[in-house]
Design a protein around this ligand. Sequence first.
Ligand code: ATP
Length: 373
Amino acid sequence: MTPTPRRPSTDRPGRPGPSPRRSPGDATGTATGTATGTATGTPTGAPAIELRDLRRTYGRGSSAYDAVRGVDLEVAAGSVTALLGTNGAGKTSTLELVEGLAAPTGGEVRVLGLDPVADRARVRPRTGVLLQSSGFPADLTVRETLRMWAATVTAPRPVEESLERLTLTDRADVRVGALSGGEQRRLDLACTLMGRPEVVLLDEPTTGLDPESRRDVWQIVRDLRDDGAAVLLTTHYLEEAEALADHLAIMHAGRVRRAGTPAEIAEGHPSTVRLDTPDRTLPALPAGRFEDDGRTTTLHTTDLQATLTALLAWADAEGVRLDRLDARTASLESVFLAIAEGRDAPSPDRSPDPSPAPSPAPATAAPTAGATR
Ligand SMILES: Nc1ncnc2c1ncn2[C@@H]1O[C@H](COP(=O)(O)OP(=O)(O)OP(=O)(O)O)[C@@H](O)[C@H]1O
């Protein structure tokens, strides 16, 4: 196989251009509506994005490298799926296949029921893509850039609406080269969304953004989902994946190792309670594992409610103040770390499909009464 060029750095020319969401009567739509009632042009109920045993190999012969090793994934219209994973897990390599930037080495990709490479002319106008890096001319202003981009779109959102949506109105006359990283990312997003795409592919949309800008992007993604778009994004932020995604797929070494809703992924993994180590010895608590580094006490428990109830009852009865008490049901972080550190169950030959979710790891042993210092 010819080595696939790394993702384009000056990607605008190759970047799939957006176009308006098609109406049910649109001539190019193959069908109208989905299970969620949106006009995606995919057969009713069919996922907007479908990956089956997807494979991607870079290079050939002795230097061949299998970056994607059999990924199965579905993204429905009106939903957000986050691809998580360690560095080099294969997230971008997978996303690029969905974008149609390369053909898979094996397996199948369907976007809106079509092959994004063979049917590029039909898929591309209905897809919005945000690459990891963009390459707009530095000497154009934000407004000029949006106008230029709008000229490539069949029925673009009005430029002023795009500016407002991405809170760029105040920066409209500033040259791109003078924008902050966060502002540049918002400009990228404005272009990605200018054609009201049905399928939105976002490669690390909030990397480098401050917390406020990140939350703005989250709201935009939620609005897209509420409008019926299928969103597939990659992220390194577990918090972002949890806050945004209906489904997660955690990749490692080219495979999806865990998939499902955040709750399904976390199921069976212990919840965590942290607090500043109190002066008083803690009572016996229904917690599975207990750590105390002298400053912070951490309890790992499969029954968070019982642990918290016992802890709070004890603190109340004893008049003890529990400083910096923090309880987390979501143990996505611990699942992620287990996968990254190879402590997770061995990977199957084929990646599990996120729906239904793979069986969670067995719950840890019954809580013990050993949480004392
Ligand atoms: N053009 C290429 N030629 C050879 N190997 C490549 C090429 N592009 C990517 N790879 C390798 O494929 C693997 C997967 O890369 P990819 O960028 O898809 O991972 P990722 O999960 O997106 O990583 P990150 O989180 O660091 O962005 C990595 O080991 C990477 O070095």
